[in-house]
Design a protein around this ligand. Structure first.
Ligand code: PEP
Length: 252
């Protein structure tokens, strides 16, 4: 049995009050042909209030792109999970490669952020991905298992019952170079088997989405793979037409 597909847009550091208004209005006007898909937009912090109001009571879920590992206190510039929950976020991305690379986030820190999100009753979208050098060195699975094991070791396989894994090869993010459907399927299957070695039932229900240059013209083939349960979409999520076409492709 297939898991419910999820397509989440990661707006990254893009948007404005007027652009967000237009984009969300276009999405909300277009549910037809994608009724089976859970759809979310992960927006920059300053726009959580705006987008939370726009999507309130609708089928469109709200997400954030990062979170502090701390609950409150003297952490200038950080945003706590409880604050995200105040704006009715359902999803929070943790461990995006841009955070791991540009902000030196370690596996341990990402694991703490993962726990902060779950502790506040939201769903972490845990990004896992290897660099081009790691990919070329044949180290893909070793890297992904290391990143995933940091969470499993700290929080146990039970933590996988209310999270989403996002396989995002770093070499495919924003580059136009997507992993092939076969390549991505192989990795998703390996991730699921890794979790299944701890708990088969949890692994069977675990949503694993793919991210990395998903576009309207490659989405259907990626989502047709048995272990690919949707996508995390960067660039293409900023254009309503492109994002909706990707959502439709996940309506299997
Ligand atoms: C991302 O940043 O999560 C992503 C997948 O980006 P893009 O779709 O632009 O490659």
């Amino acid at each position: 049995m297939r898991r419910q597909p999820l397509v989440a847009g990661n707006w990254k550091m893009n948007g404005s009050l007027s652009a967000n208004q237009a984009l969300v209005a276009a999405l909300l006007a277009s549910r037809q042909g994608m009724e089976q898909v859970e759809i979310a937009v992960c927006v920059p912090y300053p726009y959580l209030d705006q987008v939370s109001r726009l999507v309130q009571g609708s089928w469109l879920a709200l997400g954030a792109q990062d979170v502090s590992a701390h609950a409150a206190g003297a952490y200038t510039g950080e945003v706590a999970a409880g604050m995200l929950q105040d704006f009715a976020c359902r999803y929070v991305i943790v461990g995006h490669s841009e955070r791991r690379t540009l902000h030196a986030e370690t596996d341990v820190l990402v694991s703490a952020k993962f726990a902060a999100v779950q502790g506040a009753g939201m769903v972490p979208v845990l990004c896992l991905g290897e660099t081009l050098a790691e990919h070329q060195a044949g180290a893909t699975l070793a890297v992904l298992f290391r990143q995933l094991d940091a969470v499993l070791a700290e929080h146990g396989v039970g933590a996988m019952t209310s999270c989403v894994l996002a396989y995002e090869p770093v070499w495919a993010i924003g580059t136009g170079l997507s992993a092939s459907p076969g390549q991505a399927q192989e990795v998703h299957q390996a991730l699921r088997r890794h979790v299944a070695a701890l708990d088969e039932q949890v692994a069977a229900g675990l949503q694993i989405v793919y991210g990395g240059s998903v576009k309207a013209d490659n989405a259907a083939q990626l989502f047709a793979q048995p272990d690919i349960d949707g996508g995390l979409i960067g660039g293409a999520s900023l254009n309503a037409k492109d994002f909706l076409a990707i959502c439709q492709a996940a309506n299997y």
